[in-house]
Every structure is written in C-alpha cells, then in structure tokens.
Design a protein around this ligand. Structure first.
Ligand SMILES: O=C(O)CCC(=O)C(=O)O
Ligand SMILES: [Fe+2]
Length: 510
C-alpha cells in the first residue's frame, strides 16, 4: 500500500449531509491525532552551591562510584567537578571514568553492534556503578506520568516503573548518537528516560520526534550546574547531536507500565490527578458531531490507525491493553470509552496488493449490485445497501455482521475494495513459521494463519504507519517462498446509530 496517500472516507456518489458529517468527524480525529497529545517531557533541577540539600527542590551534588572489574579499584567522582575538595583529583577521576567506560553499542536488527559513525559514546552497565542520584528524590516519575501516562479514565491505575539501564558518556569533540528508535526490551516497555548529570559540555542536543513534531533539548548552557532530564515514548525517533566539548554524562532508564491493584492503596493514582476526558478540547468537538443526526444516522465503524507503535505481537501484550496505549491513541480511546462507545485495539493487515483476486476488481469500486441482489431487503439503492450494512451492525455488532454474511454465503471478500485493510480478530503473539503445504496465495496464507475479518464500509482514518512482524511463513510449492507478514495497529470504534447516541448522552451526561 502506498504509505503516503491520505486515506479518506470513501466518497459515495451522492453528496448528502451524512457524508459531509463523516468528513467532519474524520478531520476532527485527524487533528486530535496530529496535534494534541504529548510524546515527550523534561525538566531541570539545580544543584545547590553548598550546605545541606534544602527543601527548595535543589539537588545535592551527585556522587558516582564505579569499578571496572574485580582487580580494579572502586573509584568515586562528585559532579559538578567544582564540588570536589581537590580539583586535580576530580579531573583525574573524570578522566578515569571516561577511560573505564566501554564503547557503547547500538541495536541493529537482532544484534548489538559497534559503529562509531552512528554512535560514539562510552557505557557502564548497572552492575558496574552506583550513584547517589535517585529519581524518587525529585518525583521525576510522577512528573513523567502526568504527561506520558495521564489517567484519563477512572480505575485505570497505571503507573510507571523505571529500571536503570546504563551510564553513558558522550565526549567532545565527536560524541554522538544518530537518529534511532530505542529497542523495546519487553511488551510492557513504554518509554525511555535520560538524566543528564551536572558536567560541562557543549553541543549534544537531544532531539525527539513524533509524527512531524520535534522537541529539541539543549542542555549545554546549564550543563555544569544542573541535572536535566527528558522522557519520551519508546517509539519516538531521537538523536544526540555531536558533543563538541566536554563530557555529557547520562543515566538512562527504561520505563515500564505497571498496573496497580486496588489493594495496593499506596500505588493508586490520587483522584485529583485523574484527568477528565471532558477537559480535552477534542472531546467537545466529537461530542457535538455525535449529537448530529446526520452523522452515521444508522451507526457505523471507524478504523483509526494508531499514532504510536506498539509491540502488539509480543507475548503478553494483550493483557496490557488498554493501559499500554500512548498519547493520542489513549486520548481517542478514552474519549470514545467515556462516551459509552466500544473502542478496541486490533491488528490490521494491509492486503497483499499483488493478489489476483483483488486485481480483478477496479480499485475503489464495490460490486454493489451483486451484493444487493443477495440481500433480503431486495433493493438496488446504493444508499440503502450502505445503510443495511450499518443497520446490521446496530442490531448485532461488528462480529455478527461477519457471521451473518458467512451463514448466508455472502462473500464479503467480493465486496471489498482492493485497498481495504483486514482486521485481525485478536491481538496475538508473533507466529513463527506458519507452513503452508501447497502453492498458496498470500491471501490464503494470511487467512489460514490469522483469519482476519473483512468489513466493507469501515471508515479508515490516518495512515498505516508503524508495523510489527506478525507472522513468519514458509510456503512450499512450485516456487517455494519464505517471508514475514506485518500488521499495523488500529482502534476500531463502533458508532451506534443516532437514537442510541441520544440515549447514551442522557444516561451518561455527556
Ligand atoms: O542521552 C540521551 O539524550 C539519549 C540517549 C539515547 O538515546 C539512548 O541511550 O538510547
Ligand atoms: Fe535512544
């Protein structure tokens, strides 16, 4: 599929208010996804000049202790350097720290490789060092939770857990880390946190990007006297520009989501910190649209491509939903849930384009007439056909539309456009080596391996950006092949018909 094309709701031939209202809600959703949610945050803590740490949020100088191996002495360095009694010793210790670090690797595919053109830095593993810096002294995780893990629906109780990952030193004049995305270590990893210790350097900006937006952290100016930090979702691309002078010394942490139990009262999010989805500006816009009778009067389905990447084919990911949702995806999910509508996370498969079964059909055209003749309502009106689909969803929900068609031998496949994605029934772990014995087409392999569902008439919003390996296959036959099939992630939202929305709005006080 052409990734650059904007997927708009299919334009029907007649211009009517219903189609106009669909366009409006799609634009609103696109703008929620494009602008509103945050993907990164950061802060600064000044180090006190002297005297004991006071309660004005100032930090004590940071002591770092490290030992390169059993035969080596344990060394200590206090940062900022000016806090050491003997400045000559301090500079020596800083040199020792730089020297004792091993070259830092980077993840390429499944491997960790050394490539100084791409990453030039030193590292110590957590078992080789300790420090007097503790995130909890400055409530850094609580701050990060407010931005990256806002509690948008009551009872959610998700929290962040940080695991110290490395100490890194990026030294001038060539220390850098080019554009990359951090390798998630497990299904519950949601972000990365970097804490820059007080040590003078120039350059070394950290730039974090997500969907065309970027945040540039220039820590050089206050590098000598402050601790500076940044946290971001792990799927955001980021880079460290070259350090031109000095030593940029960081502690990096992996951030994981955890769900606190109600029993663990201490871990509960205080009620005052739970954001009300109604306070989001996008909530108002959506609510107004949903109250318009012209918008999907008979109900319908939206397929909203996720804005962030998820390890949705990692073992155990399904259990983390919806807690694992990030940024704009969380906002979309919370708003619809709050309005009483079903929003579900599903893997989505883009059709194997080259398939002859789809090639036969004109792109973008449904074989309405053929389908209509197989329908009990016996009408040839396009709009009624459309409404029939929506109506059957109203009656029995999405899943039943599929089994309805199956029972009556209605081949939905024939009525889909070549471009329509297929929706995976469940979030499932990566399937390794599905074997197909004869000459199987890609469609058959996909269908046998995952059995995704075909829903004509889903209104797709956004772009299928991030993809995950979904299954690996070997197809035997005349021309045997081996390959990987990817899936995207989307939120599938069932929009009830207008009269049900009216009931929901009064029952739930929208
Ligand atoms: O030091 C930083 O600012 C970011 C470090 C980083 O991207 C990493 O360790 O993967
Ligand atoms: Fe990184």
């Amino acid at each position: 599929m052409d990734g650059k094309r904007i997927l708009r709701p299919r334009k029907l031939k007649t211009e009517n208010p219903e189609h106009w209202a669909i366009e409006t809600v799609c634009d609103q959703l696109r703008s929620i996804i494009a602008k509103s949610a945050s993907f990164v945050c950061g802060g600064l803590i000044s180090v006190r000049n002297d005297g004991p740490a006071n309660d004005h949020g100032l930090a004590s100088p940071v002591k770092v202790y490290w030992c390169k191996g059993e035969d080596n002495p344990t060394r200590q360095l206090t940062l900022p350097l000016c806090h050491n009694i003997n400045s000559k010793n301090a500079s020596d210790n800083l040199r020792h720290l730089v020297h004792d670090c091993e070259p830092a690797t980077l993840g390429k595919g499944q491997e960790d490789v050394l490539d100084p053109q791409y990453r030039k830095a030193g590292k110590l593993d957590p078992q080789q060092f300790t420090s007097s810096f503790h995130l909890s002294d400055f409530q850094i995780l609580e701050n990060v939770e407010q931005v990256l893990l806002p509690d948008l629906f009551l009872g959610q109780n998700r929290r962040l857990k940080a695991e110290l990952y490395k100490l890194n030193v990026y030294s001038g004049p060539f220390g850098l880390f080019r554009k990359h995305v951090d390798t998630p270590r497990s299904a519950d990893q949601i972000g990365s946190l970097v804490v820059c210790l007080p040590s003078s350097f120039k350059g070394g900006n950290l730039i974090v990007r997500h969907q065309g937006k970027e945040v540039n952290f220039d820590w050089s100016q206050h590098s000598e006297t402050t601790i500076q930090w940044a946290a971001f979702y792990s799927d955001c691309e980021h880079e460290i520009k070259p350090v031109t002078e000095g030593e940029r010394i960081t502690l990096t942490y992996n951030l994981y989501i955890t769900k606190t139990d109600v029993v663990q009262q201490a871990g509960r999010v205080p009620e005052k910190l739970i954001l009300d989805p109604k306070s989001l500006s996008s909530y108002q816009c959506l609510k107004e649209t949903l109250m318009k009778p012209d918008f999907l009067r008979m109900g319908g389905t939206l397929g909203i491509y996720c804005s962030h990447a998820y390890p949705h084919t990692s073992e155990g990911f399904e259990k983390l939903l919806p807690n694992a949702l990030k940024g704009a995806d969380l906002q979309v999910f919370s708003i619809f849930s709050h309005l009483g509508m079903d929003a579900e996370f599903h893997p989505v498969y883009n059709p194997p384009d080259s398939e002859s079964v789809w090639e036969q059909e004109e792109p973008n055209s449904y074989d309405y007439q053929a389908f209509l003749s197989s329908l009990p309502i016996g009408t040839s009106d396009l709009d009624l056909y459309w409404k029939f689909l929506l109506f059957s969803r109203r009656m029995r929900g999405l899943e039943d539309l599929y089994s309805y068609a199956k029972k009556r031998h209605i081949d939905l496949n024939r009525h889909r456009s070549r471009e329509d994605p297929l929706i995976g029934t469940n979030v499932e772990p990566l399937k390794r080596f599905f074997e197909s014995e004869q000459d199987c087409s890609m469609t058959e392999i996909l269908q046998n391996c995952r059995d995704p569902e075909i829903f004509p008439g889903v209104i797709w919003i956004g772009l299928p950006g991030n993809k995950e390996k979904d299954f690996l296959y070997i197809a035997y036959g005349n021309e045997s092949s081996i390959g990987v099939y990817y899936s995207h992630a989307a939120l599938i939202v069932d929009i009830p018909p207008f009269h049900v929305r009216q009931e929901l709005s009064s029952a739930r006080a929208w």
